[in-house]
Design a protein around this ligand. Structure first.
Ligand SMILES: [Zn+2]
Length: 358
């Protein structure tokens, strides 16, 4: 009947429950702390947490518990629907990732669930934006699958892929394409080509050209989801810093905005200077505080768009913008209509070539 001390908490801060869990399950099996690096929305995070714990009611999962008559994938893939199927092999998922690839977002192509986890872990560390897009893609495909199973309507792969991009938290949109490609050379196109944006989106390509006499040409090309030219512009300024000039080139878009552009689903802003793209992304993140700098670059005009994704692309995919930047050294211009005789033929050819390929 004496008072005895009771263990409530170890000095390392672990609760008794956590200690008991660790003793029973083992820490190794529960090591998914890296998932936090992806900063998913709670809904998507919970989904992925369940995925890791094999707690997603796939048909195989249900059949194992005698809760379903079939373990096959409801999309008609002719395969058992388990978590590896939902995250890697499913035909529907592949159709969605193919749409994303058409727009320039290349997803990992692992062979097994363990492989996929390994890729995702790598992405969480090196390229969280692309990891995030992958997580959202699997989640949105799973939602569509539930809609199919319960007789509700669901979107085409293109609609699902566009939903993925529109759902990504606005301030975290900057997949680093090149970095991903270095890690995963297999299964990717050998040369990175310019891609059209998703339906009803706009794509802005920017570039700057500097001369040794501190003159800079700023080039901008805005195109729609069919690869058609909306507007191209060039501006001539005095400048000596390449990154600042690149930033100015991107910001020059503010002067080209028409009201109808805000009604579009989103905007992809692409440049071949990784530093400039990184800067834009950092300034754009409200948490950075950089956007509040009085004399800093002003990106507030972008906040009116529904979604903005910054993307770093190889120089070869940015040729029309590069052309405009160089052409701007001769003087300012704005081109609206590719059929106009005022536009140099080389530029028209570059744009047509890219839209044909895309
Ligand atoms: Zn399937």
């Amino acid at each position: 009947m004496k008072d005895v001390p009771e263990l409530a908490r170890l000095n390392r801060g672990k609760s008794v429950t956590a200690l008991a869990y660790e003793a029973k399950i083992g820490e190794g099996n529960y090591n998914i702390g890296w998932l936090r690096l992806l900063r998913l929305h709670p809904r998507e995070r919970f989904f992925w947490w369940r995925m890791m714990r094999d707690a997603i009611p796939t048909n195989e999962w249900l059949a194992r518990r005698n809760l379903a008559d079939t373990d096959q994938c409801p999309w008609g893939c002719g395969m058992e629907e388990n978590r590896a199927h939902c995250t890697i092999h499913c035909m529907k998922l592949k159709q969605v990732t193919a749409c994303l690839a058409e727009w320039g977002f290349y997803m990992p192509e692992p062979n097994s669930f363990e492989d996929m986890i390994c890729s995702l872990k790598g992405l969480a560390r090196d390229n969280p934006s692309l990891g995030r897009i992958f997580c959202y893609t699997v989640y949105q495909t799973w939602r569509a699958r539930n809609a199919l199973k319960h007789g509700r309507s669901f979107g085409t792969p293109k609609v699902i892929a566009a939903t993925v991009l529109s759902q990504i938290p606005k301030s975290f949109c900057m997949p680093q394409m090149e970095q991903w490609c270095i890690n995963q050379p297999i299964g990717l196109p050998t040369n990175h080509l310019w891609c059209t944006p998703p339906p009803n989106w706009l794509k802005v390509n920017f570039d700057a050209a500097l001369t040794s006499s501190n003159r800079a040409g700023l080039g901008l090309v805005v195109r729609d989801d069919m690869g058609r030219l909306v507007v191209a512009s060039g501006r001539f300024i005095e400048h000596w810093d390449p990154i600042q000039a690149e930033l100015k080139a991107a910001l020059a878009f503010a002067e080209l905005i028409d009201d109808w552009m805000y009604d579009r689903e989103g905007l992809i802003v692409e440049g071949d200077s990784s530093e400039a793209v990184k800067w834009l992304q950092e300034i754009y993140q409200p948490a950075s505080g950089l956007h509040r700098m009085v004399d800093g670059p002003d990106l507030s005009f972008l906040s009116k768009f529904r979604q903005v994704i910054f993307q770093h692309i190889p120089r070869l995919s940015n040729r029309p913008a590069d052309f405009c930047a160089k052409h701007a050294l001769l003087g300012d211009f704005i081109w609206l209509d590719v059929t106009s005789s005022l536009i140099p033929l080389t530029f028209v050819e570059l744009v047509t070539e890219e839209s044909d390929r895309a």
